[in-house]
Design a protein around this ligand. Structure first.
Ligand SMILES: Nc1nc2c(c(=O)[nH]1)N[C@H]1C(S)=C(S)[C@@H](COP(=O)(O)OP(=O)(O)OC[C@H]3O[C@@H](n4cnc5c(=O)[nH]c(N)nc54)[C@H](O)[C@@H]3O)O[C@H]1N2
Ligand SMILES: Nc1nc2c(c(=O)[nH]1)N[C@H]1C(S)=C(S)[C@@H](COP(=O)(O)OP(=O)(O)OC[C@H]3O[C@@H](n4cnc5c(=O)[nH]c(N)nc54)[C@H](O)[C@@H]3O)O[C@H]1N2
Ligand code: SF4
Ligand SMILES: [Mo]
Length: 756
C-alpha cells in the first residue's frame, strides 16, 4: 500500500467534491475529503467512501467487444473495431445523410472533459443530434431562461450561502445535494433563528424535517401552488415595483394574469392550507433576501416548463435577483449547453420523425425511441452512446429495448457492461474517471466559481482508452483529420518549454486556414498537438486552453480577483497554467454582485418577464383538473442514501435499502394487507416491477415512491447476472411528458399496487 494521498474528486453527483485517495495496488484503500478543494473544503457525504465499487467491479470492460449473431460478445482489437465502426457510419452518412446518426450522452455526473471532443465526431458524421439526460430534466428551465434573459445559456443558480430565506422546491438536498456542502449548509440554516427554510415537497423528506415551513403539496400541484403564491404577492402589493420598473420588461401581462387568480381555490387544488400558502409567500416577499432552488420535483412533473417559469417569477417579482442571497448568474470555463433558436428560426434543425426542436442544442431522450423504431425514411439508424445507460434511465424501458434492437449500428462507450451495451454492435471500453484526466462543468456558483482538473491517479486498465482518444481514432478512420500534425506538435512543445504559448496560436490558425474542414474538429486538433505537450496524463486538458482564454477575455476583472495575474492574452494563459498546476482545483472567477447584469443577453438589457406561450397555460390552471385517478400516484425516482444514478453497478456498495423499497403510507399498506418486507407488484399500462414494501408515514395516502438508480444487472456469485431492485422505467411511458420540452413526468406516474 502506498502512504501517499492522491487528489481527485467524487463522481457520484454534480458536486464533484474534492477527495484524497490512498491506493493499495489498484484498489482504494482509504478516501477522505480534500480540505484544499475550493468548493467542497473537505466535505463528503456517505456515498464517496464506496467509490472503489465504481473503480473495481466484475463488470468493468477490458476489451472492445463485438456482438455476435447469437447475441454473445467477442473481444476484438481496437484497430479492427474502429475501422469497422467508421466504415459502417460512413456508409450510413453517405447513403442516408448525417441525420440518420445520433449521439447520446457525453458525460455523467463528473466526466465532462471527454464529451467536449465528441462535437468533432458529430461534425465528421454531419449530425446535429445530441441527446442527453439533461434534456429530460432541465431543458424547460433552460428554455425559460432563454426567454427571460435572452439566451438559454443564461443559467441561474441560487446564492444559498448568503440568503436569509431559502426555498427548496421539489428537491431534497439532504440526499441529492445540488449545491456545495449541502448538509452543512442545511444545518446552518436550521440552527440560525434569523434564517428561514421553506420546503415544497409532497413527502416529509430529510430536508423538510429541518424546514421552518413545509408545504406538503399534492404531486403535480406546484403550478397551482406557485401561481397562488405569486397571485397573493401581487394582490397584496408585495411585489418589488422598483426592481420590475428598473430591470424588467413585459411586466403588465403577468401581473394582470396573476390578479385574476382566486388564491383560496389554487391552494385547495395544490393540496395546501391557504394560510400556509400566504405565510410562505409573505416570508419570501418581505425577506431581506430570498433564493429559490428547484429540481426534479417540479421539473419532472406535470406543467414542468410552466413550473420553471413560475419558480423564476417567485424570485423576480420579489426583486431577489442579482444581489447577495438571491438568485444569480454564474461563469463557466466551457459551457455544458448552448443556445438553440426557436423552431422555424434559421439554424434550428428538427428531428426527422417527431419534428422535435432542440433546446440549448440538446434533443430530448423521450422522442428518441420513436425516432428509431419506425419505417420513416428519416429515421435514426445509428446511435453512439457515451456515459449513459438509457436502457435503464430513459423513460419507457420497453420502448427503448424495442428501439435499440432496431438500430443498424449501436456503439456504446462505457466503463462497464451496461443494459444499453447489451444491445450494442460494438462496446468500447473507456478508462475510468480515476485513470484519465477529467473535469466537471457543473461549476455553477456565484460570486466565487472554481474549476477542478483532475489528474489520473491510476494507470488505465489495460485495453481501455480515454474518450478523446476514441473520438480521435474514429475521426481519423472517417478521413476527417490526419493521423498527426508534426509541425504543430513541435511548436506546442517549444512553446510549453518556454512556459508561454507564443507561436502555437498562430500556427494553429494557419493550419486550419490551410484546411478549413478542420475548424469544427479544432478540439481534437488541440488534443493531438497541444495535448501532447502538456504534463503526463493531462493530454485531454488541451481543450481547456480555449476555455481559459475565452473566460479571461470576457471576465478579466473577475479572473484577476480570483488571484490569477497577467496582462492581455497572458491572463487566459495564466488561468490555464493555474488549472494545470492545481491538483485540488482552483478559484477561476470572483465577481461582484452588481456585475451579474452584464450576463443578461437581451439587447435592451432587461429581463423579459412575460412568456407568451405560457400565459395561456397559466390562465388555464383555473379549470385544470388533476390527472385521471389511478389507485396510486408513483413518484418514480427518489434520491436516497444509497443510489447514485446508474454509476455504481455492484450492489454490494449499499449499506441499507438493498433492493430499493417501495415506500407506501401505512394506511394504504394496511388496506392492501401488506407490511414491511412483503413483496408487491407495481403495475402500469407499460409494464410492471416487483418491489419490497416499506411503510413510510411521511408520504401522503395514495402516493407511493420508488428509488432511482436500481434495476441494473450484475453478475452474482455463480456468474449469473441478476437484476437488483426495481427497474422503474418499465413503468413509465415516453408519451407522458411536457408539451414544449418532452420532459417526462416521472414524479406523477399513475400506478396500481398489488400484493404478490
Ligand atoms: N443520492 C443521490 N443523489 C443524487 C442522485 C442520485 O441518484 N442519488 N442523482 C443526481 C441527479 S442526476 C439529479 S438530477 C439530482 C436530483 O435531485 P432532486 O430533484 O433533489 O431528487 P429527487 O429525489 O428525484 O426529487 C426531489 C424531491 O421531489 C419530490 N417530489 C416528487 N413529486 C413532486 C411534486 O409534484 N412536487 C414537488 N414540489 N416535489 C415533488 C420528491 O418527494 C423528492 O423529495 O440528484 C443528484 N443527486
Ligand atoms: N424514472 C426515472 N428515470 C430517471 C430519473 C428519475 O428520477 N426517474 N432520473 C433521470 C436523471 S435526472 C438522470 S441525470 C438520468 C441519468 O441517467 P444516464 O444519463 O443514463 O446517466 P448515468 O446513470 O449517470 O449513467 C452513467 C453511465 O456512465 C458510465 N460511466 C461512468 N464513468 C464513465 C467514464 O468515465 N466514461 C464513460 N464512457 N462512461 C462512464 C456508467 O458506467 C454508466 O453506465 O436518469 C434519469 N432517469
Ligand atoms: S455524492 Fe456528491 S455530495 Fe456526496 S461526496 Fe460525492 S460529490 Fe460530494
Ligand atoms: Mo439528473
Amino acid at each position: 500500500m502506498t502512504t501517499d494521498w492522491h487528489s481527485t474528486a467524487c463522481i457520484l453527483c454534480s458536486e464533484n467534491c474534492g477527495i484524497e485517495v490512498r491506493l493499495d495496488g489498484g484498489r482504494f484503500a482509504a478516501i477522505r475529503g480534500d480540505e484544499a478543494h475550493p468548493h467542497s473544503k473537505g466535505y463528503l457525504c456517505q456515498k464517496a467512501a464506496r467509490l472503489d465499487a465504481y473503480q473495481n467491479h466484475a463488470d468493468r470492460l477490458r476489451n472492445p467487444l463485438q456482438r455476435q449473431p447469437d447475441g454473445t460478445f467477442e473481444p476484438v482489437d481496437w484497430d479492427a473495431a474502429i475501422a469497422h465502426i467508421a466504415s459502417r457510419l460512413k456508409f450510413l452518412r453517405d447513403t442516408h445523410g448525417g441525420r440518420s446518426i445520433a449521439y447520446y450522452g457525453g458525460g455523467g455526473q463528473g466526466n465532462h472533459l471527454g464529451g467536449v471532443y465528441s462535437s468533432a465526431l458529430r461534425s465528421a458524421l454531419d449530425t446535429p443530434y445530441i441527446y442527453t439526460a439533461l434534456a429530460q430534466e432541465k431543458t424547460g428551465d433552460f428554455w425559460v431562461n432563454g426567454r427571460l434573459f435572452g439566451k438559454q445559456t443564461c443559467h441561474v443558480s441560487a446564492d444559498i450561502e448568503h440568503a436569509q430565506v431559502v426555498v427548496f422546491l421539489g428537491t431534497n438536498p439532504w440526499q441529492s445535494h445540488g449545491f456545495p456542502r449541502a448538509r452543512k449548509q442545511l444545518k446552518a440554516i436550521e440552527k440560525d433563528p434569523e434564517r428561514t427554510m421553506i420546503v415544497v415537497d409532497p413527502r416529509v423528506t430529510e430536508t423538510a424535517k429541518m424546514a421552518d415551513l413545509h408545504l406538503q403539496v399534492r404531486p403535480g400541484g406546484d403550478a397551482h401552488l406557485l401561481a397562488g403564491m405569486l397571485a397573493f404577492i401581487v394582490q397584496e402589493g408585495l411585489h418589488d415595483e422598483g426592481f420590475l420598473a428598473e430591470r424588467c420588461a413585459d411586466v403588465e401581462p403577468v401581473l394582470a394574469a396573476l390578479r385574476e387568480i382566486d388564491v383560496g381555490y389554487y391552494a385547495r387544488r395544490a393540496g395546501v392550507r391557504v394560510a400556509q400558502l400566504r405565510e410562505a409567500a409573505r416570508i419570501i416577499a418581505t425577506a431581506d433576501s430570498a433564493t429559490v432552488r428547484a429540481d426534479l420535483g417540479i421539473q419532472q412533473s406535470p406543467h414542468s416548463t410552466l413550473n420553471s417559469w413560475l419558480e423564476k417569477l417567485l424570485f423576480l417579482l420579489t426583486g431577489n435577483f442579482g444581489r447577495p442571497g438571491g438568485n444569480v448568474f454564474h461563469t463557466y470555463l466551457l459551457p455544458l449547453i448552448g443556445h438553440s433558436p426557436e423552431p422555424g428560426e434559421p439554424g434550428s434543425v428538427l428531428t426527422q420523425v417527431t419534428g422535435m426542436h432542440p433546446i440549448s442544442k440538446l434533443y430530448p431522450p423521450n422522442v428518441l425511441p420513436r425516432e428509431i423504431d419506425t419505417d420513416h425514411p428519416g429515421r435514426t439508424r445509428a446511435l453512439i452512446v457515451d456515459s449513459a445507460n438509457p436502457a435503464v434511465s430513459g423513460a419507457d424501458t420497453n420502448a427503448w429495448d424495442a428501439a435499440l434492437g432496431k438500430l443498424e449500428m449501436l456503439v456504446v462507450i462505457d466503463v462497464a457492461m451496461t443494459e444499453t451495451a447489451r444491445h450494442a454492435h460494438y462496446v468500447l471500453p473507456a478508462a475510468s474517471q480515476f485513470e484519465k484526466a477529467e473535469a466537471t462543468f457543473f461549476n455553477l456558483t456565484f460570486p466565487d466559481n472554481p474549476f477542478h482538473l483532475r489528474a489520473p491517479i491510476l494507470d488505465p486498465l489495460p485495453g481501455t482508452l480515454p474518450e478523446p482518444e476514441i473520438y480521435r481514432r474514429l475521426c481519423v478512420a472517417l478521413g476527417a483529420m490526419p493521423e498527426s500534425f508534426p509541425i504543430l506538435e513541435r511548436v506546442a512543445r517549444l512553446d510549453r518549454r518556454a512556459r508561454r504559448l507564443r507561436l502555437f496560436p498562430n500556427a494553429l490558425k494557419a493550419r486550419i486556414a490551410m484546411e478549413p474542414s478542420l475548424a469544427p474538429l479544432a478540439s481534437l486538433v488541440l488534443y493531438a498537438t497541444l495535448g501532447k505537450a502538456l504534463p503526463e496524463g493531462l493530454q485531454s486538458a488541451a481543450v481547456l486552453w480555449t476555455g481559459a482564454l475565452r473566460l479571461a477575455e470576457k471576465h478579466p476583472d473577475a479572473v484577476r480577483r480570483a488571484g490569477i495575474e497577467d496582462e492581455g492574452a497572458g491572463l487566459g494563459e495564466a488561468l490555464f497554467r493555474r488549472i494545470l498546476s492545481s491538483p485540488s482545483g482552483t478559484p477561476m472567477t470572483h465577481h461582484r454582485y452588481e456585475e451579474t447584469w452584464s450576463f443578461l443577453r437581451h439587447d435592451d438589457g432587461r429581463i423579459h418577464i412575460a412568456i407568451p406561450e405560457l400565459l395561456p397555460e397559466l390562465r388555464a390552471l383555473a379549470d385544470d383538473e388533476p390527472e385521471g385517478r389511478a389507485p396510486f400516484v408513483l413518484m418514480a425516482g427518489e434520491r436516497r442514501s444509497y443510489n447514485a444514478n446508474t454509476i455504481f453497478r455492484d450492489p454490494s456498495w449499499r449499506k441499507t435499502d438493498p433492493d430499493g423499497a417501495l415506500r407506501i403510507h401505512p394506511d394504504d399498506a394496511d388496506r392492501l394487507g401488506v407490511t414491511d418486507g412483503d413483496r408487491v407488484r407495481v403495475v402500469t399500462a407499460r409494464g410492471e416491477v416487483q418491489a419490497t414494501v416499506e411503510r413510510f408515514d411521511g408520504l401522503l395516502p395514495g402516493v407511493v415512491s420508488l428509488p432511482h438508480g436500481y434495476g441494473m444487472a450484475h453478475p452474482g456469485e455463480d456468474g449469473e447476472r441478476v437484476e437488483v431492485g426495481p427497474r422503474i422505467n418499465r413503468l413509465t411511458d415516453v408519451a407522458h411528458c411536457d408539451a414544449i420540452t418532452k420532459t417526462p413526468f416521472h414524479k406523477a406516474v399513475p400506478v396500481d399496487v398489488v400484493p404478490v
